[in-house]
Design a protein around this ligand. Structure first.
Ligand code: TEU
Length: 541
């Protein structure tokens, strides 16, 4: 049975719990802090929240290394605190989506400890990918695959008798052993995990590396072993996107539908499906599989009208046959923040372009995710000292090129100096990543009082999404425009135009815009600006 589809055009706010708000004064955000922040999010006007992993974890990858799928890490709170958070969120009308990490667990998970203590070929080892090495003494890894965050995708263990022994597969860090989804116990255990959280009232799951899970059954060598490491994207066709993964999403969807059948509310499955094309991605979004998959091609497009048009066009085309909607995203906890990505050489264009991109995204048909701090126009923190960096990408490769700490710096809430209200007043602990002095310009307190802030732009756009029927499910129709401009209509009467160029162009419609990312003199669309108008669309070509 289909639920009411609340997710189809929902805007969900991604909370990186560690960096949202610290209620205990240890310098690390926590679930109680999230609870304190809920009224702020309600005021912003989002429909729900997605919580990054808060499970017990040695934190080798900030919780994407889960040691217990059914508990809360004491750093973040406990189950009782989680229950309070869900009920508060629901009272405020916010759906609650949690992150689930099925491709790998932590090497500190009891499953892995049991596997290490057991013999080669034992059932405990069968939960993972344990293989004998190549070479005369098994001293070489079983195949040539590389890990996403650097180095071999295999690590060798010491057998219980003290001798060097088998190798296990990890597509990320060695502390994140990949689970073997060909073992039926793995699927059964995850069914129980889903039910555990659904019974506690969650509205859905964000599925980590949802194109992972299954590997080629024979684990053959790859023709291009460095591909994943080079691009930080899942491109090794032997390690990702295997046809069997769809059986898991069907199974998870069936579990969700059981809950939907009871109360008519959809339980959402949103996948982080990193596959090369929009067409390939659409195969995961089906009536009996995932509801949503993040569309990353918009995020990866540079500030360029053709690239944005191409990304939007392919997303809309490929989703069309699925019965679902596109899931747009401009920022997340793995990517350089949009203000910095679009900044150009001097950086000054970053803010106006990120505002324009936001207003464009929020005018597109479908759902959208907003990453914490995006609504404050936070730039990436690029100058964190090496000693402060915690991202395993940096720790393993020594290169700052793909480092993700800069988009994870704790949020500024108030005041003129660190910790900017992030950490409880009077605590001696510093935020787990240092906040730059210029965060003072981006506090929520300032944003709320300054009507020209990013925050007000997001708030106004979210509120218009609720008021304007055109911004529901109606389709998008492109209007002819000059090369640097994207213009389209939504439904009857809403006209949206984005000027990607630096120079003003004539607006496609006369009259004042309903909402714009920068001040628009009548009849003009300034450079690096998006505007929305209500117009008589019959007069437009
Ligand atoms: O990311 C999956 C993933 O494929 C990443 O390699 C991503 O492409 C990269 O971070 C971009 O720089 C997910 C989580 O979002 C990430 O935070 C985790 O580290 C990773 O899975 C492992 O669980």
């Amino acid at each position: 049975p289909a639920g009411q589809g609340w997710w189809r055009d929902a805007v969900v706010y991604q909370i990186y719990v560690r960096s949202f708000l610290d209620s205990t004064g240890d310098g690390i955000g926590d679930l109680a802090g999230v609870r304190i922040g809920l009224p702020y999010l309600r005021k912003l006007g989002v429909d729900g929240i997605w919580l990054s992993p808060f499970y017990p974890s040695p934190q080798h990858d900030h919780g994407y290394d889960v040691a217990d799928y059914r508990a809360v890490d004491p750093v973040y709170g406990d189950l009782q605190e989680f229950d309070l958070l869900v009920s508060d969120a629901h009272r405020l009308g916010l759906k609650t989506v949690i992150d689930i990490v099925p491709n790998h667990c932590s090497s500190a998970h009891p499953w892995f400890a049991e596997a290490l203590a057991a013999a080669p070929g034992s059932p405990a080892r069968a939960r993972f990918h344990f293989e004998d090495g190549r070479g005369e003494h098994g001293e070489l890894p079983p195949n040539n695959w590389r890990a996403m965050f650097g180095g071999h995708a295999w690590s060798r263990i010491t057998e219980p008798d003290g001798r060097p022994g088998q190798w296990y597969l990890h597509l990320f860090t060695p502390e994140q052993p990949d689970l073997n989804w060909r073992d039926p116990r793995v699927a059964a255990d995850f069914d129980d995990v889903l039910r555990f959280w659904l019974d506690r009232g969650v509205d859905g799951f964000r599925i980590d590396v949802a194109a992972g899970l299954f590997k080629h059954p024979y684990l053959p060598d790859s023709d291009d072993p460095e591909a994943d490491e080079r691009t930080r994207d899942s491109v090794n066709p032997l390690a990702w996107n295997q046809p069997e993964v769809h059986t898991v999403w069907r199974r998870w969807r069936a579990v969700c539908e059981e809950y939907t059948a009871r109360d008519g509310q959809d339980r959402l499955l949103v996948g982080e499906v990193s596959v090369p094309t929009a067409a390939e991605q659409a195969r995961y979004v089906r009536q009996d599989e995932l509801h949503q998959a993040f569309f990353f091609h918009l995020l990866s497009a540079p500030w360029n009208a053709d690239r944005f048009r191409g990304a939007i066009g392919s997303a809309l085309r490929d989703i069309a046959g699925t019965g679902s909607t596109v899931t747009w995203v401009l920022n997340n906890h793995d990517q350089v923040r949009s203000v910095t990505r679009y900044g150009g050489d001097s950086g000054v264009l970053g803010s106006p372009r990120a505002r324009a991109a936001a207003l464009l995204m929020l005018a597109l048909p479908g759902a959208a995710y907003v990453y914490q701090g995006e609504e404050l126009g936070l730039p990436e923190v690029l100058d964190l000292p090496d000693e402060a960096l915690t991202d395993p990408i940096f720790l393993r490769t020594g290169s700052r090129r793909y480092v993700r700490d800069g988009c994870r710096v704790p949020l500024p809430w108030s005041g003129k100096a660190s910790p900017f209200g992030f950490t409880a007043e009077g605590s001696a602990a510093r935020p787990w990543l240092p906040q730059p002095a210029w965060f003072a310009e981006h506090t929520t307190d300032r944003a709320l009082t300054d009507t020209s802030s990013f925050w007000h732009l997001y708030r106004d756009a979210l509120s218009l999404r609720k008021q304007l029927p055109q911004l529901g499910e109606s389709s998008l129709r492109w209007l002819d425009s000059t090369p640097d401009v994207l213009a389209f209509t939504r439904g009857d009467g809403l006209v949206v135009a984005v000027n990607f160029g630096d120079h003003p162009v004539p607006a496609p419609v006369t009259g004042q815009p309903l909402l714009s990312s920068a001040a628009c003199p009548t009849g003009v669309l300034p450079g690096n600006t998006t505007a929305w108008w209500i117009a008589d669309t019959r007069t437009l070509q």
